[in-house]
Unconditional design. Structure first.
Length: 107
């Protein structure tokens, strides 16, 4: 899946992002209050020194869940997938991989 309307946050370059996923209601194509995007970046990225091992960035209705690309980051992401949101029926492992478009600032 390639999402042209999802712009990579300015503090990251494409080379920082190793994997990206949409998940939750977004992955199920249900209108939720936001669109959840998981970004796995280099675990030695300077932002983790400032922010800790996981943090969120918000841009309009996009919520970026920024995680290190390591076992800890994957564990956090899998736990997030298992969280059930009864209003939207999300959770239970629903995630779609996002391709990084090398020609634009979009994913």
């Amino acid at each position: 899946m390639n999402l042209k309307d999802i712009i990579i946050p300015s503090q990251f370059s494409k080379s920082d992002i190793i994997e990206a996923y949409i998940f939750g209601s977004t992955a199920k194509n249900i209108d939720g209050h936001d669109r959840d995007i998981a970004l796995f970046i280099r675990s030695n990225h300077p932002s983790f020194i400032q922010m800790g091992n996981e943090y969120n960035l918000y841009n309009n209705n996009l919520e970026y869940h920024v995680l290190p690309y390591n076992d800890q980051g994957k564990s956090i992401f899998y736990a997030m997938l298992e969280m059930k949101d009864y209003k939207y029926g999300t959770g239970k492992g629903v995630a779609i991989s996002v391709d990084i478009d090398e020609n634009t600032d979009a994913m």
